[in-house]
Design a protein around this ligand. Sequence first.
Ligand SMILES: NC(=O)c1ccc[n+]([C@@H]2O[C@H](COP(=O)([O-])OP(=O)(O)OC[C@H]3O[C@@H](n4cnc5c(N)ncnc54)[C@H](OP(=O)(O)O)[C@@H]3O)[C@@H](O)[C@H]2O)c1
Length: 356
Amino acid sequence: MAEKLMHAVVCDGYKGGAAALKHVKVPVPAPKKGEVLLKLEATSLNPVDWKIQKGDLRLLCHANSPTYQEINIAYLYFSFLALRLSGIRCEVLIDLIVGRGRRVRGAKRKGAAVGQVPKQESEEILIYERGTDVAGEVVGVGPGVKNLKLGDKVVAMLTHATGGGLAEFATSQESLTVKRPLEVSAADGAGLHVAGLTAHQALTKSAGIKLDGSGQPKNILVTAASGGVGHYAVQLAKLGNAHVTATCGSRNIDLVKSLGADEVLDYKTTEGAALKSPSGRKYDAVSTVQQLTFSKKHLVPLLLIPKGENIEYLVGLLKEGKLKTVVDSKHPLSKAEEAWAKSMDGHATGKIIVEP
Ligand SMILES: NC(=O)c1ccc[n+]([C@@H]2O[C@H](COP(=O)([O-])OP(=O)(O)OC[C@H]3O[C@@H](n4cnc5c(N)ncnc54)[C@H](OP(=O)(O)O)[C@@H]3O)[C@@H](O)[C@H]2O)c1
């Protein structure tokens, strides 16, 4: 029987930006053990998507040799050790780890440009897919899946290793797929994963903030508070009873205040560039535009470790109206290049959404 094909948007090299994205017809993936097949309703983009295409994560990646994994592990181990001993700041650590990513997906898949009639023996093209943060409906269930069934509305985080959110269908692991209540729209839910989980992990694990507000009040600086990570960080920090100083461009000051920031600096002013709290507070934790990092001298690598329970927690906050996703813009899959270019531009207010 002929494979069912779907529309997907893929990268086929480390260059070219939005103009180099390709619209292809590829087979609808089949869910493997522990996976579900989703008919996608929304996918949000993150800077990491185009950073991978730009080649920022390339050195770790190109390795197709069988020993690659061991080299990678050894490399990471010694990086951690050397940096811990030398006291180098964690931004450098992140660059070393993430900035040398492996080729994320180099598998050959059969494909033909959208509009072309796909042939049985169509040319094999080398592609990799991006887009990890998705919302959709379960339309297929792989072996071993226990808690999800056909028809469930969900949000899911696909792995960075496979991507696949810029498509009509994608498979996701059950462990990172969470049911989406009616109150949570597909776009709002799809915004959550990389950005929301990063903010959550940084605030709870690195800064030690208890989001139920039961901990000691802390002073937090959130830069780029109008961006994907920053807008969630401000809201979560306020849930944790923190005093939030935020930076953003002048056009977003009112928005960031409405998210709960106690004081907001325009990053293009001298005061904003100095990142000084107008009320003279000393920060216990700092979230920068490049990556979240925290003071107190100890090294805290910010490498997102996604967990289903944390996605569930954030979805719950959306449902209860305690957290909101600010949507910058929505773009149809047929115009995914526009969304990609907007993300690369670096001036999104909240999350950029692509809809099949
Ligand atoms: N290590 C990790 O696991 C991890 C995870 C997630 C994100 N990140 C990184 O964190 C960074 C932020 O991600 P994001 O998704 O939040 O990006 P984003 O949504 O693209 O950020 C865009 C926003 O940042 C604002 N902005 C840009 N430069 C600024 C500055 N100097 N001061 C204050 N605001 C500024 C822009 O405001 P204007 O339009 O007014 O300029 C815009 O609203 C990216 O570099 C991303 O790769 C790392």
